[in-house]
Design a protein around this ligand. Structure first.
Ligand SMILES: Cc1cc2nc3c(=O)[nH]c(=O)nc-3n(C[C@H](O)[C@H](O)[C@H](O)COP(=O)(O)OP(=O)(O)OC[C@H]3O[C@@H](n4cnc5c(N)ncnc54)[C@H](O)[C@@H]3O)c2cc1C
Length: 317
């Protein structure tokens, strides 16, 4: 059975849920298709930081509030689905999920978010958000006077390591090579900071802890010797992967595989908009995802209204 919507949103994180709230409140028939747990990356953090007006809320609660708000305006949400077929280029867009249900729409918003590149060592998946973080802006404050490790050797790693010294009593940078890839001023700043230590040519090969991170196993890449180091937290900055694999060859992506949009969140395909962490931009926060979702919803709304006006004019001619 085929069901038609004004707008289909792919992704139910902060950007997708915000777009869902705006569209359904504006009486647009809206469907959110989400492949994971609703809330996206928000639910990875135990406490949300920097969300204006809300000082103390868990990621799960904020995500659930956004979901409830979207549902209250009539937005439909399908969770834990898998998109198996998709046509975004035709005038009427169509998306098939789980190989059997097909939904069509006049417009589509892609809010597929992204994921941090992981170290890939045992224990990492389990201890994500329990001492392992991928966001200094979000979680730095929870490590006041604690000893932490920063993994990485690029600009983000060095810049964030310096910023984390505002909170942590000691920051050790663990990097796999004998030199950094970061620009020299980031390296100089980190080296000049008395709270920062370096373990070069080394990798974390295991994250240890039950309920929360307690220690890491570090292996020297030259000698293969390993040591176990007790630690309060590990911040990982070894790159970011936008969830855009599914759209490659369909939408214009930049060299980082982020979706190229203009300031109205318009992509290269008419009727297809994109928002949140999956688009080309520098800062990735809930506030920026929410802002993108708002703009994408308003742009999609205008696009769909124009189609409706054109169709009704044609019908009365
Ligand atoms: C550990 C951690 C802590 C953070 N803490 C904070 C914080 O305290 N404050 C803050 O402002 N920011 C924080 N951030 C950043 C913030 O969470 C993100 O910038 C924001 O949530 C991104 O929202 P989004 O909707 O763009 O993407 P996402 O949250 O990534 O949501 C995308 C959704 O789309 C789904 N999806 C992907 N591909 C498909 C597909 N093909 N089909 C269907 N669904 C799909 C995903 O499953 C996901 O549910 C944190 C990030 C992390 C990783």
């Amino acid at each position: 059975m085929e069901q038609h919507f004004d707008v289909i949103i792919i992704g139910g994180g902060a950007a997708g849920l915000t777009a869902g709230i705006y569209l359904s409140r504006a009486k647009m028939k809206t469907l959110i298709l989400n492949d994971g747990t609703i809330g996206g990356q928000m639910i990875l953090t135990h406490q949300i930081a920097n969300y204006p007006g809300i000082e103390n809320i868990s990621g799960y609660e904020l995500a659930n509030n956004m979901k409830k708000q979207a549902l209250s305006f009539g937005c439909q949400i399908k969770n834990s689905i898998k998109i198996t077929d998709m046509n975004l280029t035709d005038y009427i867009k169509s998306i098939t999920v789980n190989g059997k249900e097909t939904y069509t729409a006049n417009a589509v918003i892609i809010a597929a978010g992204g994921r941090s590149r992981m170290v890939g060592a045992p224990g990492e998946e389990r201890l994500k958000g329990k001492g392992i973080s991928y966001c200094a802006t979000c979680d730095g404050d929870f490590f006041q006077d604690k000893e932490i490790i920063v993994v990485g050797g690029g600009n983000s790693a060095l810049e964030e390591a310096v910023s984390l010294t505002k909170y942590a009593s000691k920051v050790t940078i663990v990097h796999q090579f004998d030199h950094f890839q970061a620009l020299s001023h980031y390296v100089d700043e980190a080296k000049a900071n008395s709270k920062i230590d370096f373990i070069m040519e080394s990798k974390i090969t295991e994250f240890i802890g039950e309920e929360k991170l307690e220690a890491v196993k570090i292996q020297n890449q030259k000698s293969s010797e390993t040591e176990i180091q007790k630690i309060d937290g590990v911040f990982i900055f070894i790159g970011y992967i936008p969830n855009t694999e599914r759209f490659s060859g369909i939408l214009e992506l930049n060299k980082f595989n982020e979706i190229v949009v203009d300031n109205l969140m318009v992509t290269n395909i008419p009727g297809v908009f994109a928002a949140g962490d999956c688009v080309s931009k520098r800062y990735r926060q809930i506030t920026t995802a929410v802002a993108d979702g708002t703009i994408a919803a308003l742009s999609a709304s205008e696009y769909v209204n124009n189609i409706k006006i054109t169709n009704s004019e044609l019908a009365t001619d």
